[in-house]
Design a protein. Structure first.
Length: 441
C-alpha cells in the first residue's frame, strides 16, 4: 500500500516523465477494446482496457486523480501484449506508455523486504548473468534427472504448490546438462554456398532451458545458407526488466547487447523468441534520451529479424524438402512477434509448405495466450481465464500440433494441454523444432 508521500512523488514522476503528446494521441475511439483480453475477461471494465488505462495515466499526470492502488492494479493487470497498437488509427505506442508508468511507480514505491529480495535476486543477480542462469538451470536439471522430480510427484509434495505452478512443473522441458549449456559455438558455417552473414541472439532462457530450440534454429539457418556468428558477450534482452519497472537495468543490458553486435558486419541479427525480439527492436526508444546510444540502438534494431522472416526471405520453404507424418497443425501467434515485430505471414507460409500436414487457422490466433513473461505466475487467475479461452479455440481446430514462436507461449500452450487432459493427444512445439524435424532432423 503506497503512502501519501509516495503517491505525491509518483504523481510528480508522471507529470515530468509521461509523454504528453502520446497520451493526447489517444482519441478514445474504442477501436482497441475488442483486441484487449483483460477488457473482455474482466467483464468489459473500462479501467482494464487500453483506452481506460491511458485515461488513468493522463489523469494522474494532470493531477486530477492520485496514483492509488486502483490505478496501480489496472496497470498491473495489463498483459502488455500490445494487441491494441496495430488496430489504433492514431498509432498510439501504448506499450511505451505502460512501461514508463510502471517504472515510475516501481522506482518510487517502498516495496516490502521479501519483494525487494526477490526483485534483487531475479533482476540483478540472476538474469543479467548467463553463468548464473546456467547454474540455476543446472539445478533444475539435477532435480529432473536425479530422481527428486519422481519422488516429489509420487509423494504428493507438489500439491502444496498453487495449482498452475504444480501443472507448470509437469510441462517444463528436460533441461540440458551443464556441459551442454557451456559447450556453445561462436561461429557456424552454412551447409552450402553462403547467402547471408547473420548474428544469432541466444537469449538467456533460450540458451539454457530451451537449448534444443536454439540448436534447431542454428541448424535451420545453416541449411538456409547463413554464415552465423554467435557473440559470447551478449546478454539478456532486458524485456523482463523493462516490463516490470526496472527500466535502468534494461538500459544497461541493451548497451551490453549493442556493444556485442554492432561491430559485426552482418546482414541480420536473428532471434527466435517473439518476446525478446519485440524488446530488442525497441532499443532505439528505450535509449532515446541518451545521445551517445540512441543512434547505435537504432542501427542495431534495423538488422533485427525473427528466424521465420529470414527463412522465408532465403526461400528455405521452397528449396528444402519438408515432410511430416499426416497431422493437423495450427499456429498460435506470439503477441510481440505479431504486434510489435509485425511478423505474422512468414510462420504460416513456412508451416503450410510442409508436405503431409493440414494447416487449420485457429480463431483468435492473434489473441494473447496469457503467458506474458511471468504474468501467468503473478496474475494466475486472469492468465488462466485467458488460457481457457485460447484452448477452446485450439480444440475447435482438432489439431494434433499447436505451433508457436516464443518460449513463454510454448509453456503456456503446454499448460493448457495438460489442464484440458489432452496430453498424449495434442502437443505444443516451437516452430524451429518442427521445421527441423520436417527437414529431416
Amino acid at each position: 500500500m503506497t503512502t501519501e508521500k509516495e503517491q505525491a512523488i509518483i504523481q510528480q514522476g508522471f507529470m515530468e516523465r509521461m509523454d504528453e503528446d502520446e497520451l493526447l494521441n489517444c482519441m478514445r475511439c474504442g477501436f482497441c477494446l475488442p483486441s484487449c483480453p483483460t477488457y473482455i475477461e474482466s467483464g468489459y471494465k473500462e479501467n482494464h482496457s487500453p483506452r481506460g488505462r491511458i485515461a488513468l495515466m493522463k489523469a494522474v499526470a494532470d493531477g486530477l486523480i492520485e496514483p492509488d492502488e486502483d490505478v496501480e492494479r489496472s496497470l498491473d493487470l495489463c498483459l502488455g501484449c500490445r494487441a491494441c497498437e496495430p488496430v489504433c488509427p492514431s498509432g498510439v505506442k501504448y506499450g511505451h506508455l505502460l512501461e514508463e508508468a510502471r517504472d515510475i511507480i516501481n522506482q518510487n514505491k517502498n516495496h516490502s523486504l521479501p519483494e525487494k529480495a526477490v526483485r534483487k535476486l531475479v533482476f540483478n543477480e540472476l538474469f543479467p548473468h548467463q553463468k548464473r542462469m546456467r547454474t540455476a538451470m543446472g539445478l533444475l536439471g539435477f532435480y529432473q534427472r536425479s530422481g527428486l522430480q519422481s519422488f516429489a510427484r509420487k509423494s504428493g509434495m507438489l500439491k502444496w504448490l498453487p495449482e498452475n505452478l504444480a501443472t507448470m512443473e509437469k510441462v517444463l522441458p528436460n533441461v540440458p546438462t551443464m556441459k551442454e549449456m557451456k559447450n556453445r559455438p561462436t561461429h557456424l558455417s552454412p551447409r552450402d554456398t553462403p547467402k547471408k552473414k547473420a548474428a544469432f541472439f541466444t537469449g538467456c532462457l533460450m540458451d539454457t532451458m530451451f537449448l534444443k530450440t536454439n540448436n534447431a534454429s542454428l541448424k535451420l539457418l545453416q541449411l538456409a545458407g547463413c554464415d552465423i556468428v554467435i557473440p559470447e558477450n551478449q546478454a539478456c534482452c532486458g524485456a523482463l526488466h523493462g516490463h516490470s519497472g526496472e527500466k535502468q537495468s534494461a538500459k544497461e543490458l541493451a548497451k551490453r547487447n549493442i556493444e556485442a553486435f554492432e561491430k559485426l558486419n552482418v546482414d541480420y541479427i536473428i532471434t527466435n523468441a517473439g518476446g525478446c525480439g519485440a524488446f530488442l527492436i525497441d532499443y532505439g526508444h528505450l535509449l532515446k534520451d541518451d545521445p551517445e546510444w540512441e543512434g547505435r540502438a537504432r542501427k542495431f534494431s534495423q538488422k533485427l529479424k525473427d528466424i521465420s522472416e529470414v527463412l522465408y526471405e532465403l526461400d528455405f520453404h521452397l528449396k528444402a524438402k519438408l515432410n511430416l507424418p499426416r497431422q493437423v497443425i495450427t499456429y498460435q501467434d506470439s503477441c510481440h512477434l505479431r504486434n510489435v515485430m509485425r511478423t505474422e505471414n512468414a510462420p504460416r507460409i513456412l508451416l503450410k509448405s510442409i508436405n503431409g500436414i493440414e494447416f487449420r487457422e485457429m480463431k483468435d490466433a492473434d489473441r494473447c495466450c496469457g503467458s506474458a513473461g511471468i504474468y501467468n505466475i503473478v496474475e494466475s487467475e486472469m492468465s488462466m481465464q485467458i488460457l481457457d479461452h485460447k484452448m477452446i479455440q485450439a480444440k475447435s481446430t482438432d489439431a494434433q500440433t499447436i505451433v508457436t514462436a516464443n518460449p513463454g507461449c510454448l509453456l503456456q500452450m503446454k499448460l493448457g494441454i495438460e489442464r484440458e487432459g489432452l496430453s498424449g493427444k495434442v502437443k505444443a512445439v516451437h516452430i524451429a523444432d518442427l521445421l527441423l524435424e520436417a527437414a529431416g532432423g
